[in-house]
Structures are given as C-alpha cells and as structure tokens.
Design a protein around this ligand. Structure first.
Ligand SMILES: [Fe+2]
Length: 110
C-alpha cells in the first residue's frame, strides 16, 4: 500500500479467487458426485459461503478501494478459507477416497 500497489494487488487477488471458485469448485463438486461423497451437501454449502464472502470482498474493495481494512479483510478471508476448508474439509475427500480403495469402490471413469 505504501508503494500504491494495494489496489492492483487486491484486484489481481480477487481475479485469482474468482477463477479458483469457478474452476476448482466445479471440478471438486463433480468429483464428489462421482465418488458418492456422503458430505457433498455440507461441502457445497461451505463453497457457497466462500463464494459469497469473495463477492462481499469485491464489493468492499469496489466501494472503498485499497485500505488497511480491505487488506486485512482479504487476508482474513483467505487464511480462514485455507485453514478451515482446504486443510480440514477438502482433506476429508482424500480420506474418503483412500477408504474407498480399501472398500474396493469401483474406479473413477476416465
Ligand atoms: Fe472444497
């Protein structure tokens, strides 16, 4: 922010997050459906929550530009997502898939 790079960096981060939401959520939700993942609905709710959080962030940045508040809000949103969703919720998919190998679930279609 001291170098006046705050707003371009925030906008770039938002573009990345929107791309991540569009591509990654779609792929992950498709995978969960294919493997019959039992916590699909709860997982999709967390995706929707993050989608809305990013939209709120976008509105906040649009209305107020780069500020200490928008920077901290962005950092908090991303850190919370990584720690609470990626490190916990997403990992459960991998655990379920490994257990599926032990259960001899049919292989995923190519
Ligand atoms: Fe996820």
């Amino acid at each position: 922010m001291e170098e006046c790079k705050g707003l371009p960096e925030l906008k770039s981060t938002l573009r990345y997050l929107e791309c991540y939401i569009t591509r990654h959520f779609h792929d992950e939700e498709r995978l969960m459906k294919e493997i019959g993942y039992p916590d699909l609905s709860a997982h999709m709710l967390e995706h929707e929550y993050f989608r809305r959080a990013v939209q709120k962030l976008k509105a906040e940045i649009h209305d107020n530009g780069a500020s200490t508040r928008t920077l901290m809000l962005t950092e908090r949103t991303i850190c919370s997502w990584i720690n609470e969703h990626i490190f916990k919720t997403d990992r459960k998919i991998g655990v379920y898939m490994r257990e599926g190998e032990e259960r001899n679930d049919p292989p995923l279609p190519a």
